[in-house]
Each structure stands twice: as C-alpha cells, then as structure tokens.
Design a protein around this ligand. Structure first.
Ligand code: AMP
Ligand code: GLY
Length: 795
C-alpha cells in the first residue's frame, strides 16, 4: 500500500529528503511545503506546496492539507517547527510524524537542559558554567586551569563566541561581553565552556525512542574560509564517513553518548522519535559531546543519504520509527563508499548577499553518482534564481574519498551564477591526516584507509611515563628509539659466564574476554607472565621485555590500558620494558579486537641452568605454588562453557561473589619470578615447571629425565572453586580438565628432600603459598611422565 509524504522546509536538507523519499516504492506523492527551486524541478512524484510553510501561523492549514491529501507520514526538516510543537499538530489527527514532540525537542531550545541531561546520564561533554553576574564569572575564570570559550547566550550562528588563549585574554573578553556589552543584552547571560580540541564529527541517529540507527559519521566545514577561517556559517561542505571517526571511536561515541542519550530521554519520560544530531569533538581524552540538535543536519543530510543502499526504503524507515518499531525495518549502507558535499554560497554570505540571480545547471555534464541539491533557490517563470545565502550544493559518492571529492567539485563546475562562492578545500582535514601519514616512512597508508600516525604518536606520549617506571639496573626504559639496549655488566653479570635466554608467547583467546568486557589493563600482565615464567623455569632472571600490539583501528584508551598492564607485569617481574610495536592494520581484525605477543630476554649463569636432569632421582620432592585462577590457558573451553550455560560476563560470579564473571576469569596470570630467584641463586632447585596448556600432567614431564615419573596427589591441596565450577558446568571429563587447567597450581618445583625446608622458608618470606604435592619415582617403561592420584570426585 502506498502513502503520501509531507516534507516540511525549504533547504538543501529537505531537497535531499524529498529526493530519497521519492525513490521509495511505497510512496505515492512527496509534497514539500514550501520547498525550493530544486524540489520544484524534481518532477515525477515531488510536488511543492509553495503557499504553506512550517510556521505556527500555518500549523492549522498544514494539518488540514495533510488530512485532505491522505498524508501517511510527515517529515519536518528544520528545528523551529519541532520546538513549536508541529509533531503534536499531526499527532492530534493521527498522522505519523518522523520528528520529536515539543517536549522532546527541548534539547534544541535549552543548553542548560542538555548540559544537565548529560551530567545526569554521565555523557562526556565540555565542562561549563552559566553566569549572569560579572563578578562571579570573573572569579570562576580565575579558577579554571583549562582553555575556555565564552559564549554570549542567545546569539545564534556562532557569533558571540570568543576563544581567548590566555587568562588575560579571557578576562578581557569577559569584560567586553558583560561590562562593555559588545553584543548588547546578549552578554547579560553568558556561558563559560571548556575549549575542546580535536576533529568535529556529526552523527545523525534515526531513533524510534527505543532502538536507533547511526548514519555514517560526517565532518562539516562550519567556517566560511578555507583552512577553517573566518565567520561561522550553517556549513560549507561535508564528507562521510570521516576517517577521523575510526570504528573504535564510533563505538565509543555510540556507547558513551548516543545510547545513553536515547535511553536517558526515554527514562526521563521524553522518548525521542526522529533524528538526533549529536555534534562531537574527538579530543585527546576521547569523544565529547558539543551539542545536540533534534533534526537532520545541513549539509550532512545531503552527504549521508546518498550512502544509503538503494534497497533501503527511507519512507518505510521513517514510518517505522514514528510507529516505535524501527527494528521491523532494514537499514543498509553502501559498503566501502565515501560521500562529499560542496556548498555554493552567494558572495558575501554569511553577511549580506544578493538574491534573485539566475542559476544555470549543466546537468548533462554531471558525473555519474553526483547530485545537485538546492537550498536557497526558487523557481520563477521557468528560471531558477538565488534566494538565500547557501544557494545550492553538489554531492557525489565514490569508492574513495579522493574520488568523491573530485566528483563533487566536477559537479560544482556544472553550476553557474553571479558571485558564486565555495570552499575549495572540503575534506582537507582527512587529506592532511593522510599526507602526514604518507610522509611518515613507517606508515605509507592513508588516514583515509584508517591509519592514524597522530594516534600512534599520542599513544607513545601517553605510555612513556608508565613505561619509564619499569627501568632497572642495565636498562633505562626510555622508549621511542629503534630498539632497547641492556647492559649486562651494569646488572652485575659476569659476561663470560652468562647465557641469554629468550622466550616469546601470546595471551590467546583470553583477549576476547578483555575485548568483550572492556577491561584492558590486566591482559598485559598475562602477556608478561606467560613469557617471564618460561624464562624463570630455565633458571634465568628476566631482564628485558618487548610487546607487540596489533589492531584494526587504534583506540588510544584501549592501547594505553593494555601497555599499562604490560608495564605492571614488567614491574612485578623486575624486568625493563624497553620497546614494543603498535601496529594499526585496517581490516585485519574485527572492530574492537586486537592481538598481542611478547618477547622476554633473560640471563642465566652457565652453572645455574635448569633443569638439572642428571641430578634428579627418585624421592625428589614436588612443591606446588598456588595459582591465581585460570591464568592464560583453557579459554576456548571457558568461553564455550560460559556460552552454553548462558551466563553473561557482567553477571555476578558464581564462584566469587566479589566479582563479575568477566573480572573473575580475567584475573591475571601469577608471575613467579621474584619469589623463585632466591632459591635459584642458592642453587636449591633441580627443576621448575610452569603449568600452562596441558596442565600438570603435560608440563611437569617437560622438566624430567625419561626414567623418572612425577606422582601428584590431588589431596594435598584444595582445588579452587573456579575449576570445580567450570568442570561441573561443562560436565568436563576429569582427564580433560587436568590437561586444560592448572587446577590451582601454577608452578611446580623439583627439590631434593634435604633442601625442602630451606626452599619453603625462602618462599614464605616472599608470601608464597606452597604445597608438597608429590614425589619423583622410577618410571616403568611406557608409563606416563606424570600420574595424578585422587583425581576422581573433583566436582
Ligand atoms: P612505533 O611508531 O610503533 O614504531 O613506535 C615508536 C616508539 O614507541 C618505539 O620506540 C616503540 O618501541 C615505542 N612503542 C610503540 N608502541 C609501544 C608499546 N605498545 N609498548 C611499548 N613501547 C611502544
Ligand atoms: N551542519 C550543521 C547543522 O546542521 O547544524
């Protein structure tokens, strides 16, 4: 069944909406009130209703028009009619409206409201305060220790915004506003807001009040002049998706701002139907919300609508949202496409400019996939005339940003009118980022392709101090060079008696739990533990460590947390973090995922190398050191069991009520270095086994000669609840669980009987929990290297 649609407004945004809605099979006629020269010329299904505009004076007439013309959906373009309550006008006669109620449109009307809302719902935004008293504002300014902007309340269009760069300038600006009243009464009430530095991103979100869909992130160009200089405008051009909004940042903007906004409005009794426009600044501290609008952006709409897949029926999407059932429709985007819009303005805009000039458009010369969207135009006597400041725009879609920009500018060439002005640098920020990236020999990939060298440098800045805290004798841990040096002599080693030992290892699928729970600062400890424990079992002292962190799109916060964990691990192991590599490889990993690997190098005296197989004999004692939980093995099984029993990572942990399931499984691998080195140095140990994949049964024999067998008695320690829980929940056969998990013992020591007391004493000094878990005995031919007794009835 088809229905008619009524679009309200007369800008470029409304032209783009009418164009896309007319492409919908379910739409009969698209009426545009009042429309512009472009919608007048669209032809086919699109009809202008020139004598009606969305001002309160016409609300009644619009309602009547809608009833008489079988309108099945109203799409208001601008914010003012929404604030004035136009949605409620149509709601009264039962016509669905894709736009918020007057109540929900309050975001647009009141900065105080939206700031309070963000504070209440923990949505990151610039710090701010409101003043109508000069002395109080002055005192506040003296207190703040960050750069600020001053805004005279009630002045639109970006005028009345001052950006002082020093305390003195700030005080002068405040005086100009509030005392000298440079902007008249607008300066009676002012806002002092934190200055946010970074790329500006607009996200348009289609919402039905419950569920929502984010359109691709767009970057507008608000200033009139090239290089973002001069006066503020409504927007001189845009491109999307903006590479600065990496998938990771998109995820953060979505989870930290958009979702809490949609949910918060509903919880506050103002469910939001329509398009929420969230303006972000991507600051070094993450994305922060600059503003909300309750309508489509202009020129963002002309930029993002052409990115919708041809199969997506926009009229059905809007209707579904208006009827609170957005999840009943499919919204698809053209994958791997970029879009760019260049706005042509009348010379003089945003100040005074001429109207009534004739516009000619050579449509024949338009490149494929380019569109012309009118804004300030009218059709008179068959001619298109200029009628506003932002006159018309050229948009184009292509498979690279460069191509989309070039095509949009080819479209610009097809449009002629007197005193036409347009910016020639649309998308310059993306290209500058790309150039910088190309100039850096380490990365020849363009920012356009998703790699940001700036991010990489920022990461190094952020982690430098933390990494420095791992310095030790022999290494200063100053990262940023080509490689890490270690001075063995300075660390007290006799160089001719010393051997170097190296180990490399990763963390495995435990990383997926970090990624799913958003806890990134502990897996770095696992990474170090897996490597240094492998060194210590060879009798070596870990000296230096290097990590590798690979991801599809670098998220500074995630990477910083991760490296911070690596540094914590290094401190615990007494080794220096002397370098690493962060690799950003777009497309290599799914969004939000990363992999890691580490390398540790240690030193061991020629005579201290473990194991001392030739000295081992029947009767030697096996000491076990307690583990801290699952450590880094068996996580494929862990994840499978969690999935099967339908427990969420955020649920309270069944075996440890002080934690969530995610936190309890992520407890990092115990590092057994500092507690073992004293026994190693006193030559008290014959061998060590790090219990990783394969469990006790497979790891202990790795330290034994062929003729000896380890006999482990499970009754000598209490198996921790975590293993019992997983064993039971997964109904895991005993034999399998013994080969998958450490069962509570993370390190096994092989010690001559007469040395046991001294080893225990040294371990007690280091606060280790030690169990005497078994002995070595002669191994019959063909028998296994380790037998476990009393392993039945574990759970
Ligand atoms: P890159 O540009 O990735 O080669 O890194 C520049 C410098 O920062 C090098 O000296 C690296 O060793 C150091 N670095 C980069 N990422 C890390 C990391 N994840 N951990 C430690 N150092 C790092
Ligand atoms: N282009 C910015 C806006 O629509 O508000």
């Amino acid at each position: 069944m088809s229905f008619n649609v009524l679009v309200l407004g007369n800008g470029g945004r409304e032209h783009a909406l009418a164009w896309k809605l007319a492409a919908s099979n379910s739409v009969g006629t698209v009426y545009v009130a009042p429309g512009n020269g472009g919608t007048a010329d669209l032809g086919g299904k699109v009809v202008n209703v020139c004598d009606l505009s969305p001002s309160p004076a016409h609300f009644e007439a619009l309602q009547k028009f809608a009833v008489e013309n079988s309108i099945g959906l109203v799409v208001p373009g601008p914010e003012q009619p929404l604030v004035d309550g136009i949605s409620d006008v149509f709601a009264k006669v039962g016509i669905p409206v894709f736009g918020p109620s007057a109540k929900a449109a309050i975001f647009e009307g009141s900065k105080t409201f939206s700031k309070d809302f963000m504070a209440k719902h923990n949505i990151p935004t610039a710090r701010y305060a409101n003043f109508d008293n000069y002395e109080e504002a002055k005192a506040y300014l003296q207190k703040v220790d960050y750069q600020i902007v001053l805004k005279a309340d009630g002045i639109a269009g970006g005028k009345g915004v001052l950006i002082p760069t020093s305390q003195q300038e700030a005080q002068e600006a405040l005086k100009a506003l509030m005392v000298e009243r440079q902007f008249g009464s607008a300066g009676d009430s002012i806002v002092i807001e934190e200055f946010l530095e970074g790329d500006e991103i607009s996200i348009l979100t289609i919402s039905d009040g419950y569920s929502y869909f984010n359109l691709p992130p767009a970057q507008d160009h608000k200033r009139i002049g090239e290089n973002d200089t001069g006066l503020n405008t409504g927007g001189m051009g845009a491109y999307a998706p903006a590479p600065a909004a990496t998938p990771q940042l998109m995820q953060r903007m979505d989870q930290e701002a958009i979702k809490p906004t949609i949910d918060g409005m509903r919880k506050d009794g103002l469910p939001f139907v329509g398009v929420l426009f969230t303006g972000f600044i991507l600051t070094a501290d993450g994305p922060k919300v600059l503003e909300y609008n309750v309508r489509f952006g202009d020129p963002e709409t002309q930029t993002v609508l052409p990115l919708l897949d041809d199969e997506t029926d926009l009229a059905q999407v809007f209707l579904a949202a208006a009827e609170h059932r957005l999840d009943s429709v499919d919204i698809k985007l053209k994958e791997n496409y970029f879009s760019t819009t260049v706005v042509l303005a009348a010379g003089g805009y945003p100040e005074s400019y001429a109207k009534g000039d004739v516009i000619t458009i050579d449509t024949e010369a338009l490149p494929e996939n380019a569109h012309i969207f009118h804004a300030g135009t009218v059709k008179k006597n068959g001619q298109i005339l200029t009628a506003g400041g932002r006159v018309i725009a050229s948009s184009a879609v292509a498979s690279t940003l460069r191509e989309a920009v070039d095509k949009a500018y080819q479209g610009v060439e097809c449009i002629k009118f007197d005193n036409c002005y347009f910016r020639k640098d649309i998308a310059h920020r993306a290209f500058k980022a790309a150039e910088k990236s190309a100039a850096n020999s380490k990365s020849i990939t363009y920012a356009e392709a998703g790699v940001s060298v700036d991010n990489g440098n920022l990461l190094v800045q952020k982690i430098k101090q933390k990494v420095k805290s791992t310095r030790r004798a022999g290494a200063d841990s100053d990262i940023g060079g080509f490689g890490g040096l270690f001075d063995l002599k300075a660390a007290g080693y006799k160089t001719d008696e010393t051997l170097l030992v190296a180990a490399t290892d990763g963390v495995g699928t435990k990383l997926m739990i970090a990624q799913e729970t958003g806890i990134h600062d502990t897996v770095g400890i696992d990474l170090v533990a897996m490597n240094v424990n492998d060194l210590v079992v060879q009798g070596a002292e870990p000296l230096i460590f290097l990590d590798y962190f690979a991801t599809g799109a670098l998220d500074i916060k995630v990477a910083t947390d991760f490296v911070s964990g690596v540094a914590d691990g290094c401190i615990a192991a007494g080794c220096a973090l002397v370098g690493g590599e962060t690799s950003e490889m777009p497309g290599m990993y799914p969004a939000g995922h990363y992999d890691t690997n580490g390398t540790a190098v240690g030193a061991v005296g020629r005579n201290a190398i473990l194991p001392k197989i030739e000295r081992m004999s029947s009767g030697n004692v096996l000491l076990g050191l307690a583990s801290d939980g699952l450590h880094s093995n068996g996580f494929s099984l862990v994840r499978k069991i969690i999935e099967t029993v339908d427990v969420q990572w955020s649920d309270k942990c069944p075996w440890d009520s002080s934690k969530t399931v995610g936190e309890a499984t992520l407890v990092p691998t115990r590092i057994y270095v500092k507690q073992l080195l004293p026994s190693i140095r006193e030559n008290l140990l014959l061998g060590l086994a790090h219990i990783t994949g394969g469990g006790l049964v497979e790891n202990i024999p790795r330290a034994l000669p062929k003729n000896l067998q380890a006999k482990v008695d499970m009754n000598t320690w209490e198996v921790p609840e975590v293993f019992k829980w997983f064993g039971k929940a997964g109904n895991v056969p005993t034999e399998d669980i013994l080969k998958t998990f450490n069962m509570g013992i993370g390190m096994v020591l092989i010690v001559e009987k007469q040395n046991v007391a001294r080893v225990k004493e040294l371990l007690a000094e280091a606060n280790e929990t030690v169990y005497e878990i078994g002995v070595l005995c002669e191994k019959p031919d063909g028998a296994p290297g380790c037998v476990v007794e009393n392993a039945s009835n574990l759970y």
